[in-house]
Design a protein around this ligand. Sequence first.
Ligand SMILES: [Zn+2]
Length: 321
Amino acid sequence: METDIQYLQLKNLCQLVKQNRLTHSIMLISKDDFALKYFSTQIAKMLMCKNLIDLACDKCVQCKKIEHHNHADVLTFPVEKTVIATEEMLQIIDSVFTMPFESDKKIYILNNAGSINAIAQNKLLKTLEEPPKGVYFILNVKNQANILPTIKSRCTKIYIENYSNNKIIEYLNQFNLLQEQIADIVDVCDGSMELAHNYAQNSSLLELIDFVYDLWLNLKHSSQIVQYSSRIYKLKNVFENFLNIFNIILKKVLECKFNIILHENRLVQLQQIAQDFSVEALSKIAKNLVELNEKFQRNCNFNIIIDVFLISFLEVKNKCQ
Ligand SMILES: [Zn+2]
């Protein structure tokens, strides 16, 4: 537990709380919703807990209420929608001046803060600058692109580290999964508990991993392209997962080539792919993969970009032997 990097991050934050040095506006940044929710809850507990040691105790009334989302002074937004709208922001800002109900602090957790519109952010700005005594704001941010620089500069930014593989395995053990499936998920989720959760819940995503390995291993002739592309056409709604798995296999194959890491999971398959593809071919495929993603984000014709990618995949494989 003590070597877990997230644990160390939280322990450092707890030190700041104990020394009364935690700033009143905190921006948590992670691609992983699980990590954002976990950290914001832990920080709220630290601020309210009566028995702080290395972390919040998780046993006192305050900690338990926060864990069960029924602490009257820990308020999570948006309440109904997926993003805080301007009107809800105005209600939040008005409410900061009312006294806490059951403690000496009020903590506002703003989920999905990266998607709040600029008008609502501007409304929040003044409150972040001069929050009333005992008021804390925790902004959970997946994507910083839309956050106003003025908001950023008012907050202490905390980049949450990825979950350790051990933590992810521990979580996945509660699902009815085979050991190989757990190993696959750990490989593709890249430290994101949210992704791990999605894979564990969705057998078609697990099958997607098999499919992408199959593509790397068995797409050898142009006559097979139709068979593979027609299957990928149907994957538009999970295409980011497809790209992610494809990319991770590519990375692992490169590692195999350079003997950087010996992967226990899928080792035979990875070694086979490493034999089939030269380093030059892999680097060209990596470049094509970036282009494919860009075209996908730009909403180019899906079927066409898939065909183009698969044709170039084979071409590169055969030319760069
Ligand atoms: Zn406690």
